[in-house]
Design a protein around this ligand. Structure first.
Ligand code: AHG
Ligand code: MN
Ligand code: MN
Length: 328
């Protein structure tokens, strides 16, 4: 794994993606066009997150969103920024957001709309008031010729052509996979660019750390309760931030396992398949880890709705395996 950049090998997000595209015969650079819009949008969102208290956009809007959850002012702002930055990219046919009940059908295939971008504009937004890391998660699907775009957009995660996230934490980190490994970029504020810091991230094994909201222990299945009893007796440590992007980023870099299993209130799980679980599952698998719903790969789930939820168990293979030993 190459590390760091210096003045004589500075690689930006754009040049890294263009180099990647050159490996694909017939690449048209349209991919770069989409990812550069994601880069622009997330730089703007990061700025809003950092200035939220100064600009008094902290707190809730006072309405619930399509998820039935209280919407935060920054959820709305982040959503509008992404829709604006991505909406004018002429090769995007569909935009679908956690914050909107239905997708935006922008352009047909014939009009050049060849991709669908699905996103969680601000993940972990309930944490933003306390300056805890929050993020943006994105998933890119190619729209097949013909057929309805709404149907085409509901492809299983294994069909994603790109996925990743931006974590607005102590630094603004963009993690991206286009199906050939996982690369990490950090926003260098002094030049306003995401610069490549690590290519080819591999998730470490052997880290006995689990990440789950133990407040729900009584509401989890018997199997998950048995797993929790087992980790308590086997020298594990626990880390849970409550922002999926922050928890998953730590697991990607340090190993361990992140779980959000079904509870009595949410029997299908809380996290959304299309724009939380699928993109994160692609990143984790591309880094050599595992991402399952308790019985099968998350990327194999055939979606039935844009906002459907799923159980999530993801991380290094040894630690996901330890969970499955109690669940099978
Ligand atoms: P969002 O802010 O996009 O609604 O996502 C919040 C999610 C996810 O970020 C996190 O893993 C989970 O909610 C935490 O849920 P609990 O507060 O129930 O632990
Ligand atoms: Mn989320
Ligand atoms: Mn969100």
């Amino acid at each position: 794994m190459e590390k760091r950049w210096t003045q004589d090998n500075l690689t930006s997000l754009q040049s890294s993606i263009l180099a990647e595209e050159q490996k694909h015969p017939g690449a048209t650079g349209e991919f770069t066009w989409i990812l550069s819009a994601i880069s622009l949008a997330t730089k703007a969102i990061g700025n809003k997150v950092r200035c939220a208290r100064i600009e008094d956009v902290i707190g809730e809007v006072g309405e619930t969103n399509v998820q039935g959850e209280m919407q935060h002012k920054l959820d709305v702002i982040a959503n509008e920024i992404i829709l604006r930055c991505l909406g004018d990219r002429e090769n995007i046919g569909v935009l679908a957001s956690e914050e909107n009940e239905t997708p935006f059908l922008l352009r047909s295939r014939e009009e050049g709309g060849r991709y669908a971008v699905l996103f969680d504009p601000l993940d972990g937004s309930s944490n933003v008031d306390s300056s805890v890391g929050v993020g943006t998660i994105f998933s890119v699907l190619r729209l097949p010729d013909g057929g309805s775009r709404e149907v085409a957009m509901l492809s299983p995660g294994k069909d994603q052509v790109a996925a990743g996230y931006v974590l607005y934490g102590s630094s603004t980190v963009l993690v991206l996979t286009t199906g050939n490994g996982v690369d990490m970029f950090v926003l260098d504020q002094s030049i306003g660019s995401f610069v490549l810091v690590t290519k080819g991230i591999q998730i470490p094994s052997g880290n006995k750390t689990y990440s789950i909201n133990e407040a729900y222990t009584e509401k989890f299945s018997k199997e998950i309760q048995q797993y929790l009893e087992w980790v308590h007796e086997n020298d594990y440590s626990s880390r849970y931030i409550g922002s999926m992007v922050a928890d998953v980023h730590r697991v990607l870099l340090k190993g361990g396992v992140f779980l959000y299993p079904p509870t009595k209130e949410k029997p299908e799980g809380k996290l959304r398949l299309m724009y939380e679980a699928n993109p994160m599952a692609m990143v984790i698998e591309q880094a050599g880890g595992m991402a399952v719903d308790g019985s099968k790969r998350i990327l194999e789930i055939e979606p039935s709705g844009l906002h459907e939820r799923t159980s999530v168990i993801l991380g290094s293979s040894d630690q996901v395996g330890a969970v499955l030993q109690h669940c099978s």
